[in-house]
Design a protein around this ligand. Sequence first.
Ligand code: C2E
Ligand code: MG
Ligand code: MG
Ligand code: MG
Length: 281
Amino acid sequence: AAKDSGRNGCALYTDELEGKATENLWLQNELRHAIERNQLSLVFQPIYNQAGELVCCEALCRWYHPERGPISPARFIPAAEDCGLVVSIGHWVLLEVCRTIKSMAARGTPMPAVAVNISARHFNQSDFVERLIALLKAHDVSPSQIELELTEYALLSNLSVISERMQRLRALGFSIAIDDFGTGYSSLSYLQSLPLSRLKLDAAFVAKIGTEAGDAIVRAIVEMAHSLTLQVVAEGVESRSQHQHLQWLGCEFYQGYLLGKPMSATLLVSPDTDNPVDMPA
Ligand code: C2E
Ligand code: MG
Ligand code: MG
Ligand code: MG
């Protein structure tokens, strides 16, 4: 393997690239059957407001392969994006989210709002809005229960088409968040021209809280978001000091292992997970 190719940095690099390409092909072939073979599932990570109330959750896809075991979405989503399978996966995720919202409501334990990751390729399908509305109608789910998370990559194509699609979605009652904010390549000017609800501050920035540069960047992003009347969701909150710092900056929502890991819908709405941390005054 790559490690055996010795001091030749070039060979090492090539081996790694080849390994990655082979791995992607394998993932793509296996993913083709993952849905029909019931290998995909969803977990939900809680998102809390400043008062410590569970106000939202993020649906996160899980893939359990019978031979390989769990495979991270950080690996298989990019592979699925490359070959277009991400659109079928996205349809399945939305269907499963609607089924879950409907069944939890029927049990008398309604879900909070659910944030769903939508890949650029899926969002750019011309029938995206129509299919989404039909799906929600079929499950008695209101658009106000759904937040669409898009990354900056979704905004790289025709901005006027995207803007028009977002206006329609907002008018229907959906909220829209930009995920992993600060990690993409797009120009900041889209922030004032698109009808966004909130920004999700990427975990990489939260991790740097406590350093001078990290604090400065996080403060600048929160202030910029607020001046554009966008709310901020902090991702990857792992420590009390990060949580306190973000509260002090006026960040509205918090998500991270400190507050709750991704879990089943049933666990999410069970009373004992309602307020996992005593919030600082
Ligand atoms: P994301 O949308 O930014 O989701 C947040 C990721 O951070 C999740 O990883 C979550 O488990 C993880 N996380 C949450 N709190 C913490 C924390 O305190 N510390 C650390 N280190 N990590 C934390 P996950 O579930 O592995 O998903 C990775 C990425 O895969 C997601 O990043 C998203 O981009 C993508 N993804 C997951 N599910 C879906 C899906 O259904 N559709 C699409 N298109 N993409 C998905
Ligand atoms: Mg997300
Ligand atoms: Mg994110
Ligand atoms: Mg992220």
